[in-house]
Design a binder for this molecule. Structure first.
Ligand code: ADP
Ligand code: MG
Length: 583
């Protein structure tokens, strides 16, 4: 039997496809939501779920929550005298869900489809897969959470439409733009923030409360856990009430604050700005205007916050739909995905096309400068429909070069050391003058996020290929040291010419945002700026800067305009525009 698993930061759920419909799997408390929490009991056994979440307050030093945030990192969670990686903690959650399913269905569970935020990179995806394997099941597929949501949405409503899925959980925000028609669901663009969720509202509220009562830094770990819980309760109360009390006992003294919705907006102002960023990016990548979006579907626990709903409405000029089952939406989609995979006859025939959330490419030498930083040459651009295959041609950089080392990266920075390293490939070539040997690099990226690379050398008629699965789910020590080193240089960077430095950094950030067609021009411009930085020709410098400034301005204005800025300001200042919401 195969089940679908929504492995969330706060809550995890399991679902299967049975007798023609999605069936959510209850846990031993007869509840569908199992908190993603682990606690070690006095006898050394592991508790998963509700009890563990409570023990996070009573026994904080042997309990863990929110570890999905660190998936794929080498952070170690110390629970008493035991140590766990985020992968191991997640595997315990999966194990518990699988056990619940086995009891509920009275069947062995061998396989699962697990959902991940679309914005999870390769390392985090592989870490999730590994967590499933450590739990003793085969992970048949990793599915993007928004794609799972779209599958469920399509099952309930087959009308042709373009919609935005706004999935706001405890620790992550995922935005996707979906086109649905007939039996085809097309994911057009995804964007997100892996470090933004309901928990951040709790933290902001907590910090405000502690500041107000001059308690900052004065709570012991125990009271701090209680305080965080109180903050969450206060936030949740504000989803149904206009104001709520935040109360905390500290050493026999009771501290109280009254929090209104307006106050919560003010306290969390920064978070709203961050919510708008992936919304903007997904819209811009989709090339749709706000008015092209027929519907906004809000899912995830944090979508229940009224102030978040109001904010989305303000930006999208439309009343969003907050589903009744916004907590179980993704899990239901995973159940459908499992049904499709098991080829259940009673499931409607659907074709789901997904996209690649990050750009993929290789490192190239910075020709113009003797710069040690390798540049990122994009081969498959982000939001390309999967499966995808793209080929690019490269030339040798040195005379009598005997090998070419292709290092493969994922990310949006023009510098490789700021992107995620995925693997490398060495290609032997006949020694010739530089530029004479060409290689053709083909990237194939499949729906599971597996990258297949093929390099063809016409001079030798040889083809070298490699599948990059990125088995290591953690950065190696060497790699980490390298990245830290790179970061250090970044902050130490000082310059006399601020204007030029600013222009360079502007170009670098434009590279992130602009379309793939413009990227090489932007990269060339940045390189040119760096070159003239070292020249003594003041007039040449000035002319070059002017030209490039104009060019950057052009690129910037060709980018999608920020459609949200006025609305964000209005929302935060409490001046919600009177619009005709009749659509
Ligand atoms: P995840 O997908 O990250 O596991 P969920 O979708 O289960 O997360 O959402 C969990 C988040 O939703 C938590 O931050 C929780 O505080 C918040 N939440 C749950 N119910 C409500 C509510 N009624 N009002 C506001 N926030 C809520
Ligand atoms: Mg979720």
């Amino acid at each position: 039997m195969m089940i679908g698993i929504d492995l969330g930061t706060s809550n995890s759920l399991a679902c299967c496809f049975k007798d023609g419909k999605c069936v959510l799997i209850p846990n031993r408390f007869h509840e569908y939501l199992t908190p993603s929490a682990i606690s070690i009991m006095d006898d050394g056994t592991v508790e998963v779920g509700k009890i563990a979440k409570q023990r996070k307050i009573s026994h904080p030093d042997v309990s863990a929550t929110n570890f999905k945030r660190d998936m794929g990192s080498d952070k170690i969670y110390k629970l008493g005298d035991k140590s766990f990686t985020p992968i191991e903690l997640s595997s315990l959650v999966i194990k518990s869900l699988v056990e619940d399913a086995r009891i509920f269905l009275n069947e062995d569970i061998e396989e699962a489809i697990i959902s991940v935020p679309a914005y999870f990179d390769d390392t985090k995806r592989n870490a999730t897969k590994l967590a499933g394997e450590l739990a003793g099941i085969k992970v048949e597929r990793i599915i993007n959470e928004p794609s799972a949501a779209a599958l469920y949405e399509h099952m309930m409503d087959t009308i042709e439409k373009t919609y935005m899925v706004f999935d706001f959980g405890g620790g992550t925000l995922d935005i996707s733009i979906v086109d649905a028609f007939d039996n085809i669901i097309e994911i057009i663009a995804v964007s997100g923030d892996n470090h933004l969720g309901g928990n951040d509202f709790d933290e902001a509220l907590l910090e405000y409360f502690l500041m107000e009562h001059n308690l900052l830094g004065k709570l012991d770990i125990h009271t701090h856990s209680v305080a965080r819980k109180q903050a969450e309760l206060c936030k949740i109360a504000l989803s149904t009430q206009k104001e709520a009390q935040f109360q905390l006992h500290v050493e026999d003294q009771l501290y109280t604050s009254i929090i209104t919705r307006e106050k919560l907006i003010a306290i969390c102002a920064k978070l709203f700005k961050r919510i708008s960023i992936p919304m903007k990016r997904a819209l811009s990548d989709s090339h749709y205007a706000i008015s092209d979006i027929d519907e906004i579907i809000m899912v995830g626990g944090s979508s229940k916050m009224c102030i978040v709903q109001d904010f989305v409405k303000q930006l999208m000029h439309k009343q969003p739909v907050v589903s009744m089952d916004c907590d179980t939406y993704i899990a239901m989609g995973c159940g459908i995905a499992a049904g499709i995979k098991m080829r259940k006859d009673d499931i409607k025939d659907v074709i789901l096309t997904d996209i690649c959330p990050f750009s993929l490419g290789i490192d190239v030498i910075n020709h113009d400068l003797n710069d040690h930083r390798m540049l990122f040459s994009t081969i498959i651009a982000r939001n390309t429909t999967l499966p995808a295959s793209r080929t690019q041609t490269y030339y040798t950089a040195h005379d009598r070069q005997k090998t070419i080392e292709c290092n493969i990266y994922q990310g949006e920075s023009m510098y490789c050391d700021e992107n995620l390293f995925l693997g490398s490939l060495d290609i032997d070539i006949p020694p010739r003058p530089k530029g004479e040997i060409i290689i053709q690099v083909t990237f194939r990226y499949d729906i599971n996020g597996i990258l297949d690379i093929e390099v063809y050398v016409p001079a030798t008629n040889e083809t070298i290929s490699k599948v990059i699965i990125n088995e290591k789910c953690q950065l190696s020590e060497v790699e980490k040291a390298k990245r830290l080193e790179a970061l250090k240089q970044f902050t130490l960077h000082q310059t006399n010419d601020m204007q030029l430095a600013e222009l360079i950094s502007k170009g670098e950030s434009l590279f992130y945002q602009c379309s793939n067609e413009t990227r090489s021009q932007v990269m060339a411009a940045v390189n040119y700026l760096k070159k003239i930085k070292n020249s003594n020709h003041i007039s040449q410098q000035k002319k070059g800067m002017e030209d490039i400034q104009n060019f950057f301005q052009q690129v910037e204005s060709s980018l999608y305009q920020d459609p949200f800025q006025n609305d964000i300001d209005d929302f935060l200042s409490g001046e919600v525009k009177q619009r005709n919401w009749m659509n």
